[in-house]
Design a protein around this ligand. Structure first.
Ligand code: UDP
Length: 475
């Protein structure tokens, strides 16, 4: 594709998974609409696109802001199994995509000035070096980023398993991390995903900058620490968020939104565990009872129970998630709530005036979507860096409540669920959280407007890319 010399051209490579695609696309859109960029957007898939990935790709293609190229999936047979932990699987995919990416970039004339990858894409930064492009990494939340940047130091200094230490993990200038909240790959240092995790931290340290999906007001201390403390490396850190998918046009209104239209303002608790989160069969039962006991309105995106749940017989092959609800639950709660098993229009649901709470797995996109909709949360972390996000939301900024027992450690009982739901939806504590989250919403929106901190950060990046482009032309 020929590009005009006056328009900087950046390449974004999005690693598999809705959670990456959703914010990578939004970063691309911002570069184009607010900073006059041309963006070629490479989508990397693990196998075939999932329902969520397909919807995002189609709507981005329809918008026509980005030049979207879906790269052919890499063949990982023999290297990884579907049961291989996600961190190792995605790291392998992003290593193997190198040759395909190299030939795709060499076809772009003139060569783009910058390559932006997400957290799994650091192996692809080698390709950027070959083409003398600036290399950036775009990551989700700030506190887990600090942990990742600091991990190579911890690796040298801490002996034995991190989870066996006596004190929380200290991060200079940042909140310490409780050992049980550490990210999954740090839970066992003998596993391959720990090495992949360390390599991500080292790769980011060698980049021209790390972009993080937050804003200065939300993560002031963590951002300052990463910039001022040498132990986090010297890659500049730019807070460019909150970048979230904007709700679709009214034409795409679904039956779910129609149901929300009928409900009172801020009366509905929305429940979803992201693109990958699943519960055990027993936890589904407890959650259902907790909701029923609370008497609050709800909309629940229900998935089949976890494949790891030994109590579930998967041999039938005709599983329906609704079969895991307690007998008579749907009939008894039909005037209170909706249970859906398909992909839900989450941004639109959270943005609806009737939604008043979100029981969430605390994926960072979901967390930002909740904040930007002014909706307080019940933090129910399941995997990856979600326990840190939950801690930040509950104790760091006070917009969420958390169960006493970590949902990954055991079953959260119906009584505790009932208490949390009531707290968020109707008690003074919930009202205080709602007021706080609305303040954050305003500060996040402000950060993105011209003159705001995140807008300015992207302008700085744009300037660097312009300069790289100008120097390439003059050589
Ligand atoms: N999402 C959605 N419908 C669903 C489930 C998820 O639109 O039924 C979207 C959600 O709005 C968010 C993304 O998928 O933008 C999930 O990203 P997140 O970082 O929250 O979690 P992940 O799936 O990566 O764990």
């Amino acid at each position: 594709m020929e590009t005009s010399k006056s328009t900087p051209h950046a390449v974004i490579v999005s690693s598999p998974g809705v959670g990456h695609l959703v914010c990578d696309l939004e970063l691309g859109n911002r570069l184009v609409t607010d900073h006059s960029f041309q963006v070629t957007f490479f989508v990397v898939l693990e196998y075939q696109a999932t329902a969520g990935e397909s919807q995002l790709i189609q709507s981005a293609e329809a918008q026509k802001l980005l030049h979207i190229v879906v790269l052919p999936p890499v063949d990982l047979s023999g290297q990884v199994e579907p049961s291989t932990p996600i961190f190792t699987r995605l790291a392998s995919v992003m290593r193997e995509i190198g040759p395909t990416l190299r030939s795709a970039i060499s076809a772009l004339k003139p060569t783009p000035s910058a390559l932006v990858v997400d957290v799994f894409g650091t192996p692809a930064l080698e390709v950027a070096e070959e083409f003398h492009m600036l290399k950036y990494v775009f990551v989700t939340s700030a506190w887990p980023l600090a942990l990742m940047l600091y991990a190579p130091i911890l690796d040298k200094e801490v002996e034995g398993e991190y989870v066996d230490q006596k004190e929380p993990m200290r991060l200079p200038g940042c909140m310490s991390v409780r050992l049980e909240d550490l990210v999954d790959p740090m839970m066992n240092r003998t596993k391959p995903e720990y090495n992949s995790f360390l390599q991500v931290g080292s790769g980011m340290r060698k980049s021209n900058g790390v972009l993080v999906n937050t804003w200065e007001d939300l993560d002031a201390a963590t951002l300052t620490a990463m910039r001022e403390e040498e132990s986090y490396g010297s890659a500049p850190v730019y807070a460019v968020g909150p970048l979230i998918r904007v709700a679709g046009p009214p034409a795409s209104r679904s039956q779910l939104l129609g149901w929300l239209d009928e409900q009172p303002v801020e009366s509905v608790l929305y429940i979803s565990f992201g693109s990958l989160g699943v519960l055990s069969a027993q936890q589904i039962t407890e959650l259902a009872w907790g909701l029923e006991l609370s008497g609050q309105k709800f909309m629940w995106v229900l998935r089949l129970p976890s494949k790891k749940d030994a109590s579930v017989d998967r041999s039938r092959g005709d599983d329906n998630a609704l079969d895991y609800l307690p007998d008579g639950f749907l009939e008894r709660t039909h005037s209170l709530g909706l249970v859906v098993t398909q992909w839900a229009p989450q941004s639109e649901i959270l943005g609806h005036r009737s939604t008043g709470g979100f029981l969430s797995h605390c994926g960072w996109n979901s967390s930002l979507e909740s904040i930007l909709s002014g909706v307080p949360m019940i933090a129910w972390p399941l995997y990856a860096e979600q326990k840190m996000n939950a801690m930040k939301l509950a104790e760091g900024v006070g917009v969420a409540v958390r169960p006493k027992i970590a949902p990954t450690k055991g079953v959260v009982g119906r009584e505790e669920i009932e208490i949390m739901v009531r707290k968020v939806m109707e008690e003074p504590e919930g009202k205080a959280m709602r007021a706080r989250v609305k303040e954050l919403k305003i500060s996040g929106e402000k950060a993105l407007t011209p003159g705001g901190s995140s807008f300015n950060a992207v302008s700085q990046l744009a300037k660097q890319m312009h300069e790289r482009e100008a120097s390439a032309v003059s050589h």
